[in-house]
Design a protein around this ligand. Structure first.
Ligand code: ZN
Length: 598
C-alpha cells in the first residue's frame, strides 16, 4: 500500500455529503424502488427474493437475509474487493470531489487530476480503435488479427486498436481535442527526450487498453505485428500516477470479482490469451508481464484471498521454466499451484480457437499439482536411474520445499514428495529434525514484523467486529461497551479508534467510515484503519467471535495488572503495610480472571 495519501478532512466531509449510495450500488446491483425504499437481490448471499434494501437518502444498505450492512465504502470494498484508498478515490471521482492529498503525488503528475488523465487515455483508446477499423494501415493490422482468429466482436469488446506509424496522426488528433503535450506526457502517451524532442510512445503496434478495477483505461499494452518494428514483442505504458507496473495484472478488471469469490485464478502469459479466456467465460484469468511475475502482482492476488492458482503458460521450455519459478512464489505463500500441461507450441488462445473451451476445461481438470510438475521438470536435468541420483534429486526438491513460509504446506509437501518418489519415510524424518529448527528460526525472524504481535491482531479483530458488525448486531456493540474501556488496548492507534467510536456512539452521532477517516491524522492511522475494515466479518459468528476476543483482551489486561503489582512488590520501595495490601490484591486477582458476563 506504498503510496498512501492522507486526505484532508474538509475534502472527506464534502465527499460524504455528495455520495449517493443508491447510485453507487445500482451500477452493480439492479434495484427496484417502492416509494422511498430500494430493493434488490443481495449480492452478498445467494437468494431468490430480494432482501437487500436501501432507504432513499440514507448512507447505509442493509440485507435482511445475511445481515450485510455498510456504506458506499464497504460496498466497494466487499463487492469490488477494493482497498480502502481505492474505494475512497473511486467515490471521489464519481461524485466530482477533488481529494487533495496532504502527502503529495510524486513528480509533475501532481499537476493533473487523475480524472483528466483517465479522460485523455480513454480518448486515446477510442482513437486507436477507430484507427484500426477505419484506416488503410489499420486494415493490415486488422487482417493480421483476423488471421489470429480475433473477430470484430472481440476487438470491440476489449477496445483493441492500432497506433499509427506516423506519429503526427496521433498527436494531431489529440491536439484537436485540446489535450496539451504535458497532459499527454503525464498520461504516458508521449515522451520528451532531454533534447526536448518529443516521441509518441506507441507507434506501429496493436494497442490493448489496461483497465483499473472500475474499468477506466489507465495505460496500454502494445504488441508489434511486424518484425521491422523496434523493441520487444510487447511494450507497456511507462509508470504514471495511474499505472503502477508492479501491481497491474492484465485482465484483472474483468476477473477480479470471480477470483475473489472462487478464490482461484488462471494465470497466462499473453494479454491476448487472457482476453480470449475471459471472452470464453473463464472470467477468473489474468496475465502477468510475459513469463515474469513480481511480488506486487502476487500480493494483489493474495489480497483477493486466492487459494488455488492454475498456471497456463506456453507449452515451450520458457513456459516450463516460468511455471517452475512462479509456482514456487505462490507455494511459498501457502497457495496451491496447478500447472496446466499445454500442448507443445500452443498458447491458450490457439487452443481455444482450435479445440474450443471444453477442451481447455479438460486441461484445467488434468493439471498436475506443483510437486508432480517440479519432479517432471527437474527430472529432465537429473537422470534418476540410480538410487544415488534419485536421492540427489530428492534433496534438491526437499530443500526447495523447506524454503516455503507455511509450515503446514512444507510438512504436507514433504510427505507427498516421499510418496511420489518412493523414498523411505525415515530418510525424511531424520532430515526434518534438523530442518524444523531452521523453520522456527525463520518464523522468529518474522516476529519483528508488527503484524504477528498477537495482541495487535486481537485489538484489530475487536475493532473489526465493532465497526463491521456493530450496526447490524446491536448485541455486539452492547457486549463491547459493557466490558471494554480504552485502557484494555495496548496499541495506541487502536485505543484511539476505540475511544473515537464509543464517543460518537454516546453522542448518538451517525458513525460511518468517512467520519472515522476524517479523524485520522497520519498515514499510519489510515493504514491501520484500512487493515481493520479490509477483511470481511462473518455475521453469523459475530457474537461468539466478539465474546472470545473480549475475553482474550480482558485476560491480557488482567495479566498486565498482576504483573504491575508484582513489580511493585519487588521494587523494595514499599512499606511492609503496602506490601501486605498489594499481596492481598494480587491473590484476590488470581481467582478472578475477568470474563464476559451475559
Ligand atoms: Zn444478503
Amino acid at each position: 500500500m506504498g503510496n498512501m495519501d492522507v486526505y484532508r478532512a474538509e475534502d472527506l466531509e464534502i465527499l460524504k455529503e455528495k455520495i449517493n449510495l443508491i447510485e453507487v450500488v445500482s451500477s452493480y446491483v439492479s434495484l427496484k424502488s417502492t416509494g422511498n425504499v430500494y430493493k434488490g437481490i443481495c449480492p452478498f448471499h445467494e437468494e431468490k427474493t430480494p432482501s437487500f434494501i436501501i432507504q432513499k437518502g440514507e448512507a447505509y444498505y442493509h440485507c435482511f437475509g445475511c445481515g450485510a450492512h455498510g456504506d458506499a465504502i464497504t460496498f466497494l470494498m466487499n463487492y469490488m474487493q477494493m482497498r480502502f484508498v481505492e474505494a475512497v478515490e473511486t467515490l471521489a471521482e464519481r461524485f466530482h470531489v477533488p481529494l487533495r492529498g496532504v502527502v503529495k503525488e510524486e513528480q509533475a503528475n501532481a499537476d493533473f487530476r487523475k480524472k483528466d488523465l483517465k479522460e485523455v487515455l480513454l480518448t486515446a483508446a477510442q482513437f486507436y480503435h477507430y484507427y484500426l477499423l477505419h484506416s488503410e494501415e489499420g486494415g493490415h493490422a486488422l487482417a493480421y488479427l483476423y488471421e489470429r482468429g480475433l473477430d470484430l466482436n472481440f476487438l470491440s469488446l476489449f477496445t483493441i486498436g492500432f497506433a499509427p506509424k506516423n506519429n503526427q496522426i496521433f498527436v494531431g488528433f489529440m491536439q484537436k481535442h485540446r489535450f496539451s503535450f504535458r497532459l499527454l506526457e503525464a498520461a504516458g502517451l508521449i515522451h520528451t527526450f532531454e533534447s526536448r524532442q518529443k516521441k509518441v510512445f506507441f507507434s506501429n503496434r496493436v494497442t490493448l487498453p489496461i483497465l483499473d478495477s472500475n474499468g477506466s483505461v489507465i495505460g496500454f499494452s502494445a504488441r508489434k505485428i511486424s518484425e521491422e518494428v523496434f523493441g520487444p514483442k510487447y511494450i507497456n505504458s511507462p509508470e504514471t500516477c495511474l499505472f503502477k507496473k508492479a501491481r497491474t495484472l492484465y485482465g484483472m478488471s474483468f476477473s477480479r470479482r470471480r477470483i475473489a469469490k472462487e478464490r482461484r485464478v488462471i494465470i497466462v502469459e499473453g494479454q491476448i490469451d487472457a482476453l480470449r479466456l475471459i471472452q470464453e467465460g473463464f472470467t477468473f484469468t489474468v496475465a502477468g508481464q510475459g513469463t515474469a511475475m513480481n511480488m506486487g502482482q502476487i500480493q494483489e492476488l493474495l489480497n483477493l484471498g486466492i487459494t488455488q492458482v492454475y498456471l497456463a503458460l506456453d507449452g515451450d521450455e520458457a513456459g516450463s521454466i516460468a511455471a517452475y519459478k512462479i509456482g514456487n512464489l505462490f507455494q511459498n505463500e501457502g497457495v496451491e499451484v496447478y500447472v496446466v500441461s499445454m500442448p507443445i507450441d500452443k498458447d491458450p488462445d490457439t487452443i481455444l480457437r482450435e479445440k474450443g473451451p471444453q477442451f481447455f476445461v479438460e486441461l484445467l481438470k488434468n493439471a498436475s499439482d506443483y510437486l508432480h510438475f517440479v519432479l517432471k521438470h527437474l527430472s529432465k536435468d537429473h537422470t534418476i536411474s540410480s538410487p544415488a541420483q534419485k536421492t540427489r534429486l530428492f534433496h534438491v526438491i526437499a530443500k526447495q520445499i523447506r524454503s516455503w513460509k507455511h509450515p503446514l504446506m512444507v510438512h504436507e509437501s514433504l510427505r507427498k514428495l516421499t510418496k511420489l518418489m518412493q523414498i523411505p519415510q525415515h530418510i525424511v524424518d531424520v532430515e526434518q529434525k534438523e530442518e524444523w529448527s531452521s523453520i522456527y528460526v525463520k518464523r522468529e525472524g518474522s516476529l519483528f514484523a508488527v503484524d504477528v504481535d498477537p495482541r495487535r491482531i486481537l485489538e484489530i479483530d475487536l475493532l473489526r467486529w465493532l465497526f463491521l458488525a456493530g450496526k447490524s448486531m446491536p448485541i455486539v456493540t452492547k457486549l463491547i461497551k459493557a466490558h471494554l474501556e480504552s485502557k484494555h488496548f495496548s496499541i495506541e492507534i487502536c485505543r484511539r479508534f476505540f475511544s473515537l467510536y464509543i464517543e460518537k456512539l454516546e453522542q448518538q452521532e451517525s458513525i460511518d467510515f468517512l467520519t472515522i477517516a476524517n479523524n485520522l491524522e497520519s498515514a499510519e492511522e489510515q493504514l491501520v484503519f484500512s487493515e481493520i475494515i479490509q477483511k470481511r466479518v462473518n455475521i453469523q459468528r459475530a457474537e461468539k467471535g466478539v465474546v472470545e476476543t473480549i475475553n482474550k483482551l480482558l485476560e491480557y489486561h488482567w495479566m498486565e495488572e498482576r504483573e504491575k503489582i508484582k513489580v511493585q512488590i519487588q521494587s523494595g520501595r514499599c512499606s511492609e503495610e503496602e506490601i501486605l495490601c498489594l499481596a492481598k490484591r494480587f491473590d484476590a486477582m488470581k481467582t478472578a480472571i475477568p470474563r464476559v458476563y451475559k
